[in-house]
Design a protein around this ligand. Structure first.
Ligand code: MN
Length: 306
């Protein structure tokens, strides 16, 4: 099943080119309706599968992020060997563990990333993400996939530099995800999904999730050994090589086989000067390549990249 949040606080399943409204299954308020659905999924699933209407055209609906305000967004740093290499990193996920992105950084599919500064570099990071299906702690790697509610595409938008990852990746709009959650039975094997990320139609990133240093099951097992995972929590699995600057006016697309494509725009409508001083430190990203997809931007941005 493909499950969406749409028009603010409605949830539905995608069937062909339509959304079948499932909102009546989870009356109430206070939390994201998708979280309420996830919490009661065992008893509601059969009904959700059977419901046939009311339906509305998918392309006329405003999609929200599948979980607009998750309790936590946990993300894997340096989880593909070729990204570790391009960033000249010594450590990877097995040394670093995870970082947290602010839940308020979530952006809906079709939304617009707002770059906050004119004098810093911001990069695309296309990733496979998953949403937790039930409260859990100390989940074994062997049982880890059983706590996954669904899979989705995520963009871990990142400011380069020496500030803490949680700062650089937590600006409002820096966590687009969607366009929907695909339940595990429909998604298939999370160790064999094709991931791509394109900017303005030009392919920047391409990987198979089998290349993850720590796969989905190991991430869940480890993260649940640190903290309780709750329904609706998001875990993003990391990005492969091909990070490069994004700029106002760009269109960024992250796609995963078995899910679909997440498309967002980029703007810098409120951008000003960065008050923190990390521009010249921290992990060193690949330079924009002459004639390559990242060969844009002004000299000052190139000089302060990294
Ligand atoms: Mn990332």
């Amino acid at each position: 099943m493909r499950l969406v949040t749409f028009e603010g606080d409605r949830i539905g399943k995608v069937v062909g080119d339509s959304i079948v409204d499932l909102s009546a299954l989870v009356p109430g308020a206070g939390t994201d309706p998708m979280i309420r659905l996830i919490e009661r999924w065992e008893t509601l699933r059969a009904e959700a599968e059977q419901l046939a209407g009311p339906a509305l055209p998918l392309d006329s609906a405003r999609l929200e992020a599948p979980v607009p305000r998750p309790g936590k967004v946990i993300a894997a740093p340096v989880n593909y060997a070729n990204h570790k290499e391009e960033m000249k990193q010594v450590g990877d996920v097995s040394h670093l563990g995870f970082f947290l992105k602010a839940p308020s950084s979530v952006l809906r599919p079709g939304g617009t990333i707002q770059l906050p500064y004119t004098d810093r570099r911001f990069d695309n990071e296309g990733e496979l993400a998953l949403v937790i299906g039930r409260r859990c702690r100390h989940v074994s790697e062997a049982e880890a996939l059983e706590v996954v509610f669904g899979y989705t595409c995520l963009l871990d938008i990142t400011m380069r530099g020496g500030e803490d990852r949680s700062t650089r990746k937590s600006f409002d709009t820096f966590t687009p995800f969607g366009p929907w959650l695909v339940t595990p039975d429909e998604f298939g094997d999370p160790t064999d999904a094709e991931l791509t990320c394109s900017v303005n139609g030009q392919l920047r990133q391409k990987a198979n999730t089998g290349e993850l240093i720590w796969g989905v099951a190991k991430l869940i097992a480890y993260y649940s050994s640190v903290m309780t995972l709750e329904p609706g929590d998001v875990i993003s699995t990391g990005t492969p090589a091909g990070v490069a600057p994004i700029e106002a006016g760009d269109e960024v697309v992250a796609a995963v086989s078995g899910i679909g494509a997440l498309t967002v725009g980029v703007a810098a409508d409120y951008a000003g000067t960065c008050p923190t001083l990390g521009a010249g430190s921290g992990p060193v990203p690949p330079p924009p390549v002459p004639d390559g997809p990242a060969a844009r931007g002004n000299a000052s941005r190139d000089a302060t990249g990294g």
